[in-house]
Design a protein around this ligand. Structure first.
Ligand SMILES: [Ca+2]
Length: 273
């Protein structure tokens, strides 16, 4: 049934938006383990599981029952699935933090300091990666956050209205100025909204099951079927992926200036198994 979709053209209708980036949780199913010491060399007080994102501001208070208001540490751990590409990570903390990706230390500012937001870049292969964030609070205010954004890929060829863009590590559209980028994998399609600074923001994941359901709806006579929806990078408004009655897929990012929308067409083969 899915084979039918291998030959669809993917048309993107990309509309420029002008608002500030939306906040969102970065990563799912985080585990947080709390310690009443500043070096993790003491028994843990408590462990939380199933947390969405690492984004906390405790002020001068305790982060959890039984945990100190000062001189504590928290170890956040999770496994996140990335699309392949170069990412910018944005760690921020009062006091300090360090970050490990797949066990390798990639950011180390684990010391007393006022709130500081930093940035570092990391190339991620497609698939699951382990993330670990060690957070340190000494005195006064306590805050920790980590975010990551897909950076624009290397453009090679292709253009507006053409299907000439080759796959690059799964990426379908290769226009560095596009307001969304599409990655295509055996386990589904990932669409990232791109904000005005060029950072990619996870928008929606379209699974083979989503596409199969859309095909069922198409056979039932429905038209312009909404397959999936997710937040845009610019203003959090949804990026919608539709199955059109023409058999094309179309992504729409709603915005105030439809006259500047740019259509892109892609051969949708190679996308699904
Ligand atoms: Ca502090």
């Amino acid at each position: 049934m899915l084979l039918h979709y291998r030959f669809f053209l993917l048309t993107l209708l990309l509309i420029v938006c002008t608002f500030s980036a939306a906040q969102a949780a970065f990563g799912t199913n985080w585990t947080a383990t709390y310690y009443n010491c500043t070096d993790f060399a003491c028994p843990p007080v408590v462990t939380q599981t199933g947390l969405d994102g690492v984004n906390y501001d405790w002020g001068t208070g305790s982060p959890y029952i039984g945990v100190n208001a000062d001189n504590f540490t928290i170890r956040f751990e999770s496994v996140q699935t990335f699309v392949g590409g170069r990412f910018e990570f944005v760690p921020a903390a009062d006091d300090g933090m360090r970050v490990f990706i797949d066990g390798a230390l990639v950011y180390d500012q684990f010391y007393g300091r006022p709130f500081t937001e930093d940035r570092f870049q990391q190339t991620m292969t497609a698939g699951p990666h382990t993330l670990r964030v060690d957070y340190l609070e000494l005195t006064d205010l306590a805050q920790v956050r980590i975010q990551w954004f897909l950076l624009p890929g290397d453009a090679t060829s292709g253009g507006e209205g053409e299907a000439a863009c080759p796959f690059t590590d799964g990426r379908l559209n290769c226009d560095p100025g596009a307001s969304a980028v599409i990655y295509c994998y055996a386990y589904g399609i990932h669409i990232y909204g791109v904000d005005h600074t060029g950072r990619g923001f996870p928008s929606l994941v379209v699974t083979p099951e989503d596409l199969a359901q859309a095909q069922q709806d198409e056979r039932a006579g429905k038209e312009n079927i909404l397959i999936a929806s997710g937040p845009s990078a610019e203003n959090g408004a949804p990026i919608n992926l539709y199955l059109l009655s023409t058999g094309e897929l179309q992504a729409q990012a709603p915005g105030p200036y439809p006259e500047v929308s740019k259509p892109y067409r892609f051969i949708f083969g190679d996308c699904l198994p």
